[in-house]
Each structure stands twice: as structure tokens, then as C-alpha cells.
Design a protein around this ligand. Structure first.
Ligand code: AMP
Ligand code: MG
Length: 277
């Protein structure tokens, strides 16, 4: 029997038509059998990801889009370093989304997102994404409720279009940490001179909106978790588990895509003969 996929365990599920982030324990480690093998599993996941990504790149027909969302200190950067870091950089396109620039503000919220989507053969990584336009924007009332309300459907349409027309496979990760864990990580940044560069006082302001963010995430995941672009909830207090889970879901996803090396019709004997010593 095929091994149960981690994707099935961590895919966001609606209950009574709603998803509730608060029900998920950020300390849990679903699907993990032996803690001892975390590190060696991660190594083997990374090798598989490297091999599958090479095939995707060589095939040059389809793409993979990885969306990373999390509260501040949630581990987006660490995930990129430790999971994505092993991919061949030629085939990777990483985009950070910050507060929109004046130019970006003149366009619809998906304008800058469309420009960052991966080309054929590429893996696109969104460090934050179009979901900020229904998360931070909702929490801080940066747009009227009616505008935000329409965005969920616009996001679904956009993602469906990417899947159908661009042959893009989409996986969305919500790295889920606890309120206490965020404090520990912010304290750690303050206490460690080599990490102080990461500290932003604004993170303390945002922390005051914790519950509003949790609820904005729950709404976004309720409205935008679809068969064609699923959300995965990754318990992320434990960084080793987080890397293990994200990398395993990427292996499962890429294996499913089953990218193939092109097999050009070459007259190999003739070409070898031409290659004079
Ligand atoms: P960081 O990822 O820590 O560098 O912070 C980026 C900041 O940009 C975060 O505070 C986000 O909430 C903010 N941001 C990203 N996208 C948007 C958006 N569409 N509207 C407003 N703020 C955003
Ligand atoms: Mg931050």
C-alpha cells in the first residue's frame, strides 16, 4: 500500500464550512514517526527535490509556485534557506512582497503578483504574497471591507488561471507558530547581536493584533483553499519539523507532477563520430 501522504494530513480542511487556525497546535508534529530521523529525512528530501527540480527545469513546460505566509518570525526566511536553498538557483525565482510602492499602488493588487509568477521550467517562491492583501490589509483596514471582500474571489480566479493557462502547480504554506514562540524569537533577536539586524520594532506593534491576524488567516484559508491551489498548515514552533514537513510536501508535489527529461531525437553514433579527439 502506498505510504500515506503528508499532504493529506496537513491540507487545510473546512469544518462546518469554516477553517479555524486556532484549532491547530503549533507544537504538534503530524506524520512524524521518529524524531531521530528528522535530519536524515530532510537530507533525503533535499536530494529528491534537487533531482525533480532539474527535471522540471529541463522539461521547460510547467512550473511550480510555492507561497509562504506566516506571522512575523514565523520562519519564511529559514524555510527558504534550509529547504529551497538546495535547489539549482538557475531555475528558482524568489520574490519578497513588502508594502506596495507608489507605482504598485497605482495598479490592482494582483499586478505585481502576476509579474512575479514563474516561467515554464521555474520554481517560483513567494515570500509573502497576494494574501497580504486580505491579511494585513484586513487587519489594519487599509481598504474598505467591500473591496477586501471581492479579493477572495479574485484570488481564486487568478490562481485557477495560473493552474490552467500557465501549467503552474500551486502549493501554499501557512507556517503556524504560537504567540509565545513569537516572543521567544523576538527576544532571541534582541539578545543576540548577530540577529539584531532582523529585529524590527514594528513587529512589536503588529504582535498586538495577533488575534485579528489569526482570524484574517482563518477567513483567507476558508475562502481560498481549493483543490487546484491547496493551503497546507505547517506547525512551525519546531524548526526541524517545519523544514521536514515543507520539504516532504514539496517532494510529494513534484513527484506527482512527474517532470521528464526531454528525449531529443539524436543520431548519437554520427554525432560521436563528428567529435574528433
Ligand atoms: P518583512 O517581510 O518582515 O520584510 O515585512 C514586510 C512588510 O510588508 C510586512 O509588514 C507586511 O505586512 C507588509 N506588506 C506586504 N504586502 C503588503 C500589502 N499588500 N499591503 C500592505 N503591507 C504589505
Ligand atoms: Mg518581518
Amino acid at each position: 500500500m502506498a505510504r500515506k501522504q503528508l499532504r493529506d494530513l496537513l491540507r487545510a480542511q473546512l469544518e462546518d464550512g469554516r477553517f479555524r487556525l486556532a484549532q491547530f497546535d503549533p507544537d504538534s508534529t503530524p506524520g512524524l514517526k521518529k524524531r531521530k530521523s528528522l535530519k536524515s529525512d530532510l537530507k533525503s528530501h533535499k536530494t529528491k527535490i534537487f533531482d525533480l527540480q532539474e527535471r522540471l527545469f529541463a522539461e521547460n513546460k510547467r512550473s511550480l509556485l510555492i507561497v509562504l505566509q506566516a506571522m512575523d518570525t514565523g520562519g519564511k526566511d529559514g524555510t527558504i534557506t534550509h529547504v529551497i536553498g538546495n535547489m539549482n538557483p538557475q531555475g528558482v525565482k524568489i520574490t519578497d512582497f513588502k508594502a506596495p510602492t507608489p507605482e504598485e499602488k497605482r495598479h490592482g493588487f494582483l499586478w505585481r503578483i502576476r509579474r512575479a509568477t514563474p516561467d515554464a521550467g521555474q520554481v517560483g517562491i513567494f515570500n509573502r504574497s497576494h494574501y497580504e492583501d486580505v491579511l494585513v490589509v484586513r487587519v489594519h483596514n487599509l481598504e474598505p471591507p467591500a473591496v477586501i471582500e471581492k479579493r477572495y474571489d479574485l484570488i481564486n480566479k487568478f490562481e485557477q488561471e495560473l493552474v490552467k493557462e500557465n501549467k503552474t502547480t500551486i502549493v501554499k504554506f501557512c507556517l503556524h507558530i504560537s504567540y509565545d514562540e513569537q516572543r521567544r524569537r523576538l527576544m532571541d533577536r534582541l539578545a543576540n547581536p548577530d540577529k539584531q539586524w532582523k529585529f524590527k520594532e514594528n513587529d512589536i506593534n503588529e504582535r498586538a493584533y495577533w488575534d485579528d491576524y489569526q482570524s484574517a488567516y482563518s477567513i483567507a484559508i476558508t475562502r481560498c483553499s481549493t483543490d487546484y491551489a491547496p493551503w497546507y498548515i505547517i506547525p512551525a514552533n519546531d524548526k526541524d519539523y517545519r523544514n521536514w514537513a515543507v520539504s516532504r510536501i514539496l517532494v510529494e508535489t513534484l513527484k506527482d507532477m512527474d517532470p521528464q527529461f526531454p528525449r531529443p531525437k539524436l543520431d548519437v553514433p554520427r554525432l560521436m563520430k563528428r567529435l574528433k579527439p
